[in-house]
Design a protein around this ligand. Sequence first.
Ligand code: ZN
Length: 409
Amino acid sequence: MSISENCLRKYAELIVRTGANVRPGQVVLLTIGVEQHEFAALLMEECYKAGAKKVNVDWTYDVQKRLNYLYAGKDVLSEVLPWEEAKLKQMVEDLPCRIFIVSDDPDALSGVDPEKLSGVMQARGKVMKPYRNAIEGKHQWVIAAYPSEKWAKKCFPDDENAVDKLWDAILKTVRVTEDNDPVEEWKKHTEFIETKAAWLNEQAFSCLHYKSENGTDFSVTLIPEARWEGARDVNSRNGAAYIPNMPTEEIFTSPIAGKCEGTLVAVKPLSWNSQLIEDFSITFENGRAVSCKAAKGQKLLEKMIKMDEGAAMLGEVALVPKESPVNQCGFLFYETLFDENACCHCALGMGFKEVLPGGDDMTMEQAQGHGINDSIIHVDFMVGADDLSIDGIRPDGTIVPVFRNGTWA
Ligand code: ZN
């Protein structure tokens, strides 16, 4: 059995209405794989029904990306051409509502030289960063997924029902069933996350300490004025609330860049730039990753933490209980959108200035002054072991259990 017309329609509507919350008169920029053109049409229609002024589509094709990386030169790929930059300028002007549909083959870039990959990303990232900073906090966006054949086969090798299985899992995690009202489900879910975030904000922890049998022993200092957030975000320009990630289970904040110590052991493989890093740990001293060990992808991991100044520092800590529906699916999605919502994680690289009061209107430099990390990368990795304990330490030294055995204490 494959996905029904009814569920597909509900899912598209959920992405547009609850996720992106497209407002009348807005421009929408939809980024989606060419193979998902039928779903693109469905989404476009929902956007127009929601009152979109214009829907533009950026078509992606992971095979094109692969072939370019294999055959074109590093310098050629590194260049951001004038027309590409013009598009970015237009985006800053339009502040479009952005919808990203992920469906890439997790192995699309396997075999591509990591040096080339990180070099190109670095060069392009530098040019694109100011535009990204300029729209940050000023537009609505959502990332959701659509299972491609290759992605499904990666999750369920040798299974002829792989796509259906991945569909089932995706729909479960985004709370769409044949006869429910997903919009209502998301309201309840959002409220739960916001209640937990409010509790964390009340506690005003100055520090978190992580401990687990697998070797994780780590403490991180939080920014006193930074807030814990989850589920919803608000476009500061028009006040529209949107849900950037579907699914989402996390409550997150940005710690002080350069203030953490100890070792974090990953509990799930990490897919970065369509390549895999497995069985790895990262050790921090004075807030910076000083060493890392990976059974697979060692070179890639080393490259990652050297992408720029901020790549070796943390930009995010996020709490996700192990009961998360993503975790309950019981398999690795090879896609951060899902895997980061399976259990607790941290991210190397760029932090979120919006967790600061008034952060949306700050420049990245101002946010950095408050301790937010800056980088061209933001890479989440999972540390939520089944036995993970997290203690919150209040400024007066009181210790409060936050997580025990991988879930809320
Ligand atoms: Zn996260």
